[in-house]
Design a protein. Structure first.
Ligand SMILES: Cc1cc2nc3c(=O)[nH]c(=O)nc-3n(C[C@H](O)[C@H](O)[C@H](O)COP(=O)(O)OP(=O)(O)OC[C@H]3O[C@@H](n4cnc5c(N)ncnc54)[C@H](O)[C@@H]3O)c2cc1C
Length: 344
């Protein structure tokens, strides 16, 4: 991956959500080189972060598909078939231009490409941290913010922290996977869908989970990884209890904002990047697609994001190599260029 910092690619894609991965797929089909960067530690954007275990019913060709499975299919189609370096945990902070090259200044170094396509969704995602207790030393040692695969919690004693929809959803979702589930919330009430809250309370009554409300984390203990958590009662701090756990899942929501992108000079309308009918932004050699864009008639859907990325890539490739046609050749005729054995 380090050598990628010395290369000039055709397209740098900001965002490894479904639309960012699709952008790299279209780039590969147009025989353009690309790379992807994302501030998150995993591929998939909102699908991985917010609803990996939910069924998606409106991606044409899939009567229904689990969000996490769609991410995996996109990974195979876009990243396995083509040479696409993926820089995770990498945030694009600023942008500058050097003659024909666009330079992205990231927290890991400078990345150069002939064009940039922003598929940044709602902006760089960042999990909200626990107020009042620094969980950083336990990150990677049993403390999680994102669930890529439920199986990570197979047979484990999991403490879920939070009182919103994602905390409730994960309580229900992990009951069949974790050996024990405990829910910790600092207030009495939950801010989640009534139906899910009802399911959680019923499960607690049945004894399927331990409810610690209103409690907060005071200390975490463990030799190398999380083993025990000390909680205190929100209204009576002297009242403390200890719970043995193997993992802590913090579900306190995500901060999403255009973040650094808002200072790049884009025309921004209601928190989104304004683009024209060919997905061009107001910045030189920069296009955008997916949830981050706005234009007349905009739909924030995976399927429309896929189509927007095809348009953006066609334009970017035409800018780099003006002799290439905007309209791609049909894949039924070309196959996957240079990728699949036996195809023309
Ligand atoms: C609960 C829920 C259910 C949904 N259900 C459906 C559904 O059934 N059907 C449907 O079509 N849509 C659904 N959606 C909407 C769908 O998830 C979005 O339309 C889709 O995720 C947009 O994809 P994207 O790639 O544009 O953005 P995202 O998925 O948001 O990905 C953008 C990525 O860009 C990264 N990023 C942003 N800025 C930077 C930066 N400066 N540096 C580095 N990385 C950056 C972010 O970290 C993120 O990973 C749902 C959304 C939610 C929240």
């Amino acid at each position: 991956m380090n050598s990628d910092f010395d290369e000039v690619r055709d397209i740098t894609v900001i965002g490894a959500g479904p639309v960012g991965m699709c952008t790299s797929f279209w780039a590969g089909m147009r025989e353009a080189s690309s790379r992807i960067i994302d501030s998150l530690p995993e591929l998939g954007g909102q699908l991985t972060t917010l609803y990996p275990e939910k069924w998606v019913y409106d991606v044409p060709g899939h009567p229904r598909v689990l969000a996490k499975d769609l991410v995996e299919l996109m990974r195979r189609q876009a990243l396995e078939q083509f040479d696409v370096p993926v820089h995770l945990n990498t945030t694009a902070d600023t942008i500058s231009w050097e003659e024909d090259v666009v330079v992205l200044h990231t927290d890991k170094g400078e990345l150069r490409s002939r064009t940039v396509i922003v598929a940044g969704g709602h902006g760089a995602f960042e999990p909200k941290k626990l107020p009042g207790f620094d969980m950083t030393p336990w990150e990677g040692r049993g403390a999680h913010y994102i669930v890529g695969e439920k199986s990570v919690f197979e047979g484990k004693r999991v403490m879920i922290v939070g009182g919103g929809d994602s905390a409730m959803d994960w309580v229900i979702n992990l009951l069949d996977t974790a050996s024990e589930v405990a829910l910790v919330h600092r207030r009495e009430g939950f801010r989640a869908h009534e139906l899910t809250v009802g399911q959680v309370l019923e499960a607690a009554e049945r004894g399927d989970l331990a409810l610690h409300v209103p409690f907060q984390i005071k200390e975490v203990y463990g030799d190398g990884s999380v083993e025990r958590v000390r909680l205190f009662h929100s209204e009576d701090e002297a009242h403390e209890i200890e719970v043995e756990v193997d993992a802590i899942l913090l579900q306190l929501g995500f901060k999403t904002a255009l973040g650094p992108l808002k200072d790049w000079g884009f025309e921004v309308v209601k928190g989104a990047i304004a683009v024209d009918q060919v997905m061009k932004t107001s910045l030189d050699r920069v296009w955008a697609c997916g949830d981050i864009t706005t234009f007349d008639g905009k739909l924030k859907l995976i399927a429309t994001g896929f189509a927007e990325s095809a348009v953006a890539v066609a334009q970017a490739v035409h800018e780099i190599r003006p002799e290439t046609k905007i309209q791609p050749k049909y894949s039924t005729n070309t196959g996957v260029p240079g990728a699949v054995e036996g195809q023309p």
